[in-house]
Design a protein around this ligand. Structure first.
Ligand code: ARG
Length: 585
């Protein structure tokens, strides 16, 4: 099938309407044919209503002209309805041909529409020596799904895990470890284990408490920061140890979540240290960064603060130190010049919107970002607890990601066990893991990205409703039908007249490519979730009214083809969300 894919019927119909518009009324040629799926016919267009005024006739008349012009288009039946809608029905033959064409393609007929567009996806980015918490869940899950969708569509995707591995907190941590060798010993015992980062997190909190309460310690910690920044060997070695341990622990979580991130994608803040000076020099030389009260800043031309003065981006602090802002300036410059990215995506929570706005503005002024490069902050809302406030443990602490995944898997195990009491324990565990992990991911992906959502385990693992468990069961059920069919060749006979439910399912299957392209354009995975849910429901409607295994040929072959294409589309779509589709459940 190649990269061009199978053209969806909707696009083909829209094309035919466009041609008819141009043929009848050239003055509105190029108008959007506004074709949509419809309950009344396969598709409907309201272009006559939208542009009749410009043509100077009544919508109904224009629609009638279009019907006449379309009359010559083989395989498309058009009628006028109501005040000027066009009802558009494709031939039975065309419906089956689409199913057949998608079925015979590994890519399900989806074209590589992002082909060649080098895209950096910056996601996950937890902070070293701190426990990864529920706040890092969203960026990890959303970013991973976006990376999967774009690379499926042919974009060379460069994943970047911008780990928080640098900063003044390391001086504090290293100093504290040195002053408490007994902790260090216990700490070393833990290394290699996922709990190493918990130990580090505990150390961090203890160090922080002393730092805040003991000015003499705070001074020693600051001296240690200087030692780290100037490359003192002992201090650097200790820093590397801490980073390595955290990275191992993050890796364990990534494996468990089944996200694509590997050690090759770890390009933390420290990586940019050597580029900071050049970056700043360039901004100063270009007159973009200026002195202000002893610091070096970039005043925004686009954003003003509450005092009506331009908001400032901090390039170099008064004490000479560099922070998060400076690192991101060096990062964007590196990604454009060295990685040669054409599209830059940053997946972080919406509270960082201003930060990225200022970074992008500065990068444009510096000439790093040009018009042909697209930079976007992929913002998302907060995860809320049952009380509608930011999700916390009962004791008010941050929720550890690992605990949360354990809970979800336990919950999923209970749901699966209740449905299949006969399932042996080992098999149950093997199913519970992808089900529980999938449920957490799906709950996150299926709500509109910018909105907050409530973390509700019961709802996440529900068998009914828009959940991954529902989709996974739908997929497994179809697989079981296909197994029972035996060595079927799901062969299509395009001469069979489809039942309404078969037609609805086939047209939904045909829309897969459109939805995937839409996710790539909007970077909103919830659209794919909504599609898969509709597809699973269309399948249920079909299965209730159209027996498959007991049907006679050639109807049986067509129905098996619909089953197979539905199963493959569900599994593929879940795969783009980073969710497994077990064969049996
Ligand atoms: N480490 C940061 C945090 O936990 C996120 C980094 C996002 N990426 C970036 N290039 N700024 O908030």
């Amino acid at each position: 099938m190649g990269d061009s894919g199978v053209l969806p019927l909707l696009d083909r119909v829209a094309g035919a309407v466009s041609v008819a518009i141009g043929r009848t009324r050239p003055q509105v040629a190029g108008a959007d044919p506004v074709v949509r799926r419809s309950e009344r016919a396969d598709f409907q267009s309201n272009v006559a209503l939208a542009v009749a005024k410009r043509v100077g006739v009544r919508p109904v008349e224009f629609a009638t002209e279009l019907v006449e012009a379309l009359g010559s288009d083989a395989g498309l039946f058009a009628t006028v309805s109501g005040p000027g809608f066009l009802n558009l029905t494709v031939s039975d033959h065309a419906v089956w041909e689409q199913v057949s064409a998608r079925l015979s393609d590994d890519r399900l007929g989806v074209p590589a529409s992002e082909g060649g567009r080098r895209t950096v996806v910056d996601y996950s980015a937890p902070n070293i020596a701190k426990e990864m918490h529920v706040g890092h869940l969203r960026t990890t899950i959303i970013g991973d799904s976006i990376a999967r969708v774009l690379s499926f569509l042919g974009a060379p995707v460069i994943r970047q895990n911008h780990l928080g591995d640098w900063g003044t907190q390391f001086g504090m941590l290293i100093q504290y470890l040195d002053e408490h060798p007994e902790l260090r010993w216990r700490h070393d015992e833990l290394s290699g284990d996922a709990s190493a980062v918990s130990a580090l997190d505990g150390l961090y909190k203890a160090a922080r408490a002393v730092f805040d309460g003991d000015p003499a310690f705070a001074d020693r910690a600051r001296t240690r920061v200087v030692a780290l920044q100037s490359g003192d060997p002992a201090t650097s070695a200790r820093w590397r140890e801490i980073v390595a341990e955290s990275e191992r622990a993050f890796g364990d979580i990534y494996d468990r979540l089944g996200v694509l991130l590997t050690a090759d994608d770890y390009v933390g803040e420290s990586f940019y240290n050597l580029m900071l000076a050049d970056t700043i020099t360039e901004l100063v030389d270009k007159g973009i960064a200026v002195q202000s009260e002893g610091a070096l800043v970039v005043f925004s031309r686009e954003v003003t603060g509450p005092d009506d003065r331009p908001v400032a981006l901090m390039v170099r602090k008064r004490d000479g130190g560099y922070g998060y802002d400076t690192t991101d300036l060096a990062t964007i410059r590196y990604r454009v010049h060295t990685l040669r990215a054409q599209r830059l995506l940053y997946v972080t929570d919406s509270r960082q919107a201003l930060h990225f706005r200022l970074i992008f503005e500065t990068a444009r002024r510096a000439g790093w970002l040009t018009d042909d490069i697209d930079a976007e902050h992929i913002a998302y809302g907060a995860v809320l607890g049952p009380d509608g406030r930011p999700f916390k443990t009962r004791a008010g602490g941050t929720v550890r990601l690992l605990d949360l995944l354990d809970d979800a898997v336990a919950e999923a195990r209970a749901v699966v066990a209740e449905r299949n009491p006969e399932l042996p324990g080992a098999e149950l565990n093997a199913i519970a893991e992808p089900t529980g992990i999938g449920a957490v991911k799906y709950a996150d992906l299926s709500t509109s990205r910018v909105k907050d959502y409530t973390f509700d385990l019961d709802r996440m693992v529900a068998l009914n409703g828009n959940t991954s468990v529902y989709l996974q069961y739908a997929h497994a059920r179809i697989r079981s039908i296909l197994r029972k069919a035996g060595d079927h060749t799901a062969r299509i006979d395009p001469a069979v007249t489809p039942e309404p439910a078969e037609r609805a399912l086939a047209l939904e299957l045909d829309a897969y490519a459109t939805i995937v392209a839409e996710v790539a354009a909007t970077l909103e995975p919830h659209r794919l979730c909504g599609y898969l849910y509709d597809l699973a429901r269309d399948f249920t409607g079909f299965y209730e009214s159209c027996p498959v295994l007991t049907a006679a040929e050639p109807v049986r072959g067509n129905r098996l083809a619909l089953c197979e294409l539905t199963a493959r589309t569900l599994a593929h779509g879940l795969g783009l969300l980073g969710i497994a589709a077990p064969e049996r459940m």
